[in-house]
Design a protein around this ligand. Structure first.
Ligand SMILES: Nc1ncnc2c1ncn2[C@@H]1O[C@H](COP(=O)(O)OP(=O)(O)O)[C@@H](O)[C@H]1O
Ligand SMILES: [Mg+2]
Length: 271
């Protein structure tokens, strides 16, 4: 048990502590709905805002669902900044007021470059392009900025769905994903099930975080039975397996994140 804990720490360190020799990493977080996939990403983002204050951190949220960047852990939220692309038709709505249109403090940006240079360090920049698929090109842009960047993507199947495997449009992003490591980019995404993701990308994932309900990849050393035995605890935190190149460990995510009931907002793309 102790060895598994040490190993998981070592793997997490690859994501959260920068090492020029190791470079960036491409990470998946999978598990059933409510298994705390988003909470795991929020925990990582908060760590990075505190301990990698020079990083530019970007987050991609889904539309027509509660914005998770307002979630809190022990009454404390993430430092965030919202960005909306000019002309994208993205608005915000209050889910507590029957989806009444509201204004949330945000800034607008013209293009990738404008966004990148104005995005502050040490906070989570939550970005809305009208079309979520633009994240593929934005990540391509980020491989060329020449400094450490962290990207967190909710519901990755919306950006790289299985069907896109058959499309030429995905090709540039497959090459982008190859470059994450050497371009000092950490890309962490979640999805309920990896089978919903375009398969050429699944092969490029370096680190897998399996929460309760996850299915291990075919070539994983972790067995389904082991994942089924992970502890689920709303008070102590859920357990997970973390695997990197055949090494794996087990870790408990002790930080419990809850939706902020007062701030139940969603983003909506009007076009
Ligand atoms: N670290 C944790 N361990 C166990 N349960 C958690 C943890 N963090 C949050 N939760 C509980 O689980 C619920 C779902 O978490 P969430 O991260 O939204 O899951 P998912 O993204 O997998 O659907 C939260 O509303 C909270 O009640
Ligand atoms: Mg989620």
């Amino acid at each position: 048990m102790k060895r598994l804990k040490e190993e998981s720490k070592a793997i997490l360190k690859k994501i959260l502590v920068h090492d020029e020799d190791l470079g960036g990493s491409f990470v998946s977080v999978t598990g059933s709905p409510g298994s705390s996939k988003t909470s795991v990403m929020l925990t990582m983002m908060r760590y990075l805002t505190k301990y990698q204050p020079k990083d530019k951190i970007f987050m991609s949220e889904t539309y027509r669902a509660p914005l998770q960047c307002f979630n809190e852990c022990n009454g404390e939220g993430l430092p965030i900044k919202l960005w909306v692309q000019e002309g994208s038709g993205v608005i915000f709505r209050d889910r507590n007021k029957r989806l009444k249109k509201i204004t949330l403090p945000h800034e607008t940006f013209k293009d990738f470059k404008d966004l990148y240079y104005r995005a502050p360090r040490g906070v989570v920049n939550v970005v809305f392009f009208g079309d979520r698929e633009q994240w593929r090109d934005f990540m391509g842009y980020l491989t060329g900025v020449g400094e450490w960047v962290d990207v967190f993507v909710e519901e990755f199947q919306e950006i790289c769905p299985l069907l896109s495997s058959l499309s030429k449009k995905l090709k540039p992003f497959i090459d982008t994903a190859k470059d994450f490591r050497k371009c000092r980019m950490n890309v962490v995404f979640n999805t309920q099930s990896i089978v919903e993701i375009a398969w050429p990308l699944v092969r490029k994932i370096q680190i897998n975080i399996y929460l309760p309900g996850a299915q291990p990849l075919k070539w994983s050393r972790i067995q389904q039975k082991a994942i089924d035995n992970l502890e689920k605890s709303p008070s102590k935190g859920n357990e997970s397996y973390i695997e990197h190149l055949g090494n794996f460990g087990k870790t408990r995510w002790e930080k419990i994140w809850k939706p902020n009931k007062e701030k139940s907002y969603e983003a909506f793309a009007e076009r």
